[in-house]
Design a protein around this ligand. Structure first.
Ligand SMILES: C[S@@+](CC[C@H](N)C(=O)[O-])C[C@H]1O[C@@H](n2cnc3c(N)ncnc32)[C@H](O)[C@@H]1O
Length: 262
């Protein structure tokens, strides 16, 4: 896991911004609609919060958000964002989410665009912390999980982008079918040998269900990424199947093991 912090620090230097983007506002609205529909929730924990654009957008819906992030460049951007936009209700915590000690518990723990960076054992460690240390009574977690099908299709695809320093880079995606991981390569187009890569574990829904075993959490529902309804497990639905297969993944709602349905 040694690559993770330097990789995201460099990525943040390349493309990070101290802004609430329209994508953050859109996801915050979707999360808020969901959370509000589940009952009362006030205190949220975001894992791997990046430059905190999503966390800041959620504070506009009245939540208090503790945002944990460990790469120093994103932390710098997050503090700038909070200062410049006068964001209230956010606590930016520079820490590793495998080690951080947080005060109190949370109504909702969420992790967007990042689950799967380590090995299965690391993912299990994180799920255990969520289920046993962080979720309040009646609380739940929402995890954005990458699934394999679209990433397999994307193998070999690439696009160019302009970095904050004006240099042009290429992002190329490959899929490692043996380990069910997608790999992202970032290379500058000016001939410099620098190349960054990240590798993220993808999960099918049944694999994710197995992953949660023995972690102190259980899957309460799986949502297809575009749908508003939970996916009915154990039943084939062609439309839902095609939506899950043609998007980045799915969203899992987890509750502490042993908690009863509300
Ligand atoms: C792909 S980025 C997504 C950022 C943000 N969630 C978003 O949607 O914009 C994943 C983030 O997780 C952070 N991260 C990865 N492992 C972490 C760890 N062990 N502790 C804290 N942050 C971590 C990375 O530094 C990176 O900023």
């Amino acid at each position: 896991m040694d690559w993770i912090k330097p990789h995201y620090t460099k990525q943040s230097e390349l493309v990070g911004v101290a802004e609430i983007r329209s994508s953050h506002e859109r996801i915050a609205q979707q999360l808020h609609d969901f959370i509000a529909g589940q009952g009362r929730a006030r205190r949220l924990l975001e894992l791997g919060a990046g430059a905190c654009g999503l966390a800041a957008a959620l504070t506009r819906h009245g939540y208090e958000v503790v945002a944990v992030e460990f790469n120093p460049h994103d932390i710098e951007l997050a503090r700038k964002l909070v200062g410049e936009h006068g964001v209230q209700g956010i606590d930016v915590v520079e820490a590793d989410f495998y080690e951080v000690e947080l005060e109190g518990r949370f109504d909702v723990v969420y992790y967007w665009d990042g689950f799967g960076v380590g090995e299965d054992a690391d993912q299990k460690r994180l799920l255990r912390r969520i289920g046993t240390e962080w979720l309040a009574d009646g609380g739940y977690a929402l995890i954005d999980v990458f699934s394999p099908w679209i990433w397999l299709k994307r193998t070999g695809s690439s696009y160019e982008f302009r970095a904050n320093d004006g240099t042009t880079w290429k992002r190329r995606v490959e899929f490692d079918a043996v380990n069910s991981r997608f790999v992202d390569f970032l290379s500058p187009l000016d001939g410099r040998p620098t190349q960054l890569s990240q590798t993220i574990r993808t999960y099918s829904v049944p694999e994710f269900l197995l992953l949660t075993e023995g972690t102190g959490t259980r899957v309460d529902a799986i949502f297809d990424p575009f749908g508003e309804a939970a996916v009915e497990l154990g039943r084939y639905d062609a439309e839902v199947s095609s939506r899950v297969a043609s998007s980045n993944g799915f969203v899992a709602k987890l509750v502490p093991e042993g908690s009863v349905d509300r």
